[in-house]
Write a protein that binds this ligand. Structure first.
Ligand code: ASP
Ligand code: MG
Length: 423
């Protein structure tokens, strides 16, 4: 039993769907569960739809029509006018959202977000399953909301592992016996059958949950890159593919911001010793990257860049030490404002962190801190993390940069930097 996961970039148009179906068809090793995200950048558009609806903007209807049209033109291009139940099936899915957005937005905003944004995955999987059946691969569409059981923390459903495991064993295993099963990433269901989402980019995590509960032989995530690279090609001209990576390095790299796989993906796989392969859907014959329990250190230093960072420095007004007690108050406030700390350093009477600079969030945090603490901050910075650093790699990324904060452990160096020529 294997799991394949395909993200939005692999199915951004009809050619993408055909390509994904070919990759699935070439898999002849046994049972296969396919976990799929929404098509292209549809989740962003669904977020726009949600925002428009919540603010009762007159754009609501147009965005909705645009999203429908995007999907129907792909279905039409695939089926070329040939009747297929997928036309009605997808239309009916959209009707549910149509009803919702015709109403007043009087319910919990996060609940509404999940009901709207989740349909990207529902629709994409209906299209893929229909196309696989059409082209001769016996396929069942399965609703992930029946299997991935979560609490009702909308937008960030917490998985109930015991229930999820039990339902997958009981209800999904038999379905996989003689057919391919296609299901959704990113979405789950509560005990009252409401839809939840697991957090943006959460489909990799879904695939890992399925892999764990099914004791899969392996999970393969199909990407638009040849595998895990030692840097994002967006920032570096010369990148190298890493052939084999330990779970430990993979979890560190993704935690620090390597976007190739979602950071929550590794743990469930590591816990069961299930290998993760990252391969290219553009060149499916390529060997990709294997992430396994073999503990070989990374063959090359790896670089992770995060831009739009704010460095926030916090000083107790009464000159008390930064110790456990005030640190726990500070952490609680970060948690309350959902601000994730990317790196931190403390001294006797200061505590400095680098965080993503999301609109307005830091100001709210500073407001809450300002009773007891003096807060200074600096925006427009970058954070670079180098795993397996040496002086040469540090020199390479710090040209024309002022280093405002530096944190080093044995294998990892993080620097918060400011471009010297930007004011
Ligand atoms: N479609 C969702 C998103 O774009 C989940 C995913 O792609 O993993 O965030
Ligand atoms: Mg995605």
């Amino acid at each position: 039993m294997d799991i394949f996961k395909f993200g939005g970039a692999s199915i951004k148009n009809a050619d993408g769907v055909r390509n994904v179906a070919n990759i699935i068809r070439d898999y002849k090793k046994g049972n296969l569960l396919v976990v799929v995200s929404a098509m292209g950048k549809i989740t962003n558009r669904l977020e726009d739809l949600n925002d428009a609806f919540l603010s009762q903007s007159e754009d609501t209807h147009n965005i909705f029509e645009e999203i429908k049209l995007f999907h129907f033109s792909i279905i039409e291009e695939l089926f070329k006018g040939k009747p297929n139940p997928v036309f009605d099936d997808v239309a009916n899915t959209f009707v549910e959202i149509e009803w919702l957005i015709e109403d007043e937005a009087d319910e919990n905003a996060e609940y509404i977000y999940d009901q709207i944004v989740s349909i990207g995955e529902v629709v994409s999987t209906k299209i893929i399953a229909a196309w696989l059946n059409e082209t001769g691969s016996k396929t069942l569409w399965a609703d992930a909301r029946n299997y991935i059981q979560t609490d009702n923390t909308y937008k960030e459903g917490k998985v109930d592992w015991a229930k999820t495991n039990q339902t997958i064993q009981k209800d999904l295993v038999p379905l996989l016996a003689d057919q391919i099963v296609v299901t959704q990433g990113f979405i789950g269901g509560t005990s009252e059958n409401y839809t939840t989402t697991l957090g943006r980019e959460g489909s990799d995590y879904s695939a890992a949950i399925f892999a764990s509960c099914l004791d899969a032989a392996a999970l393969t995530i199909w990407k638009d890159v040849p595998g895990v690279l030692n840097a994002d090609p967006k920032w570096f001209d010369e990148t190298e593919k890493i052939a084999q990576l330990s779970y430990h390095d993979a979890i560190e790299l993704t935690y620090y911001g390597a976007t190739v796989i979602h950071p929550k993906t590794i743990k469930p796989l590591q816990n069961k010793g299930i290998p993760l392969f990252v391969r290219s859907f553009i060149e499916p014959k390529g060997s990709g990257t294997a992430i396994t329990k073999d503990n070989n250190p990374l063959p090359v230093p790896s670089f992770i860049f995060k831009v739009n960072q704010a460095l926030v420095s916090i000083f107790p007004k009464d000159y008390s030490f930064i110790i456990e007690e005030n640190l726990s108050n500070i952490f609680e406030l970060f948690h309350k404002h959902k601000i994730k700390i990317n790196t931190m350093l403390n001294s006797a009477i200061s505590f400095s962190v680098s965080v993503d600079d999301h609109a307005g969030q830091i100001e709210k945090l500073i407001n809450d801190l300002s009773g007891e603490f003096t807060v200074k901050y600096n925006k427009g910075l970058e954070l670079v993390t180098i795993r397996y650093y040496n002086q040469q790699t540090i020199d390479r990324v710090t040209i024309d940069k002022d280093i405002l904060l530096e944190v080093k452990s044995r294998h990892t160096c993080q620097m918060v930097m400011k471009n010297r020529y930007l004011t």
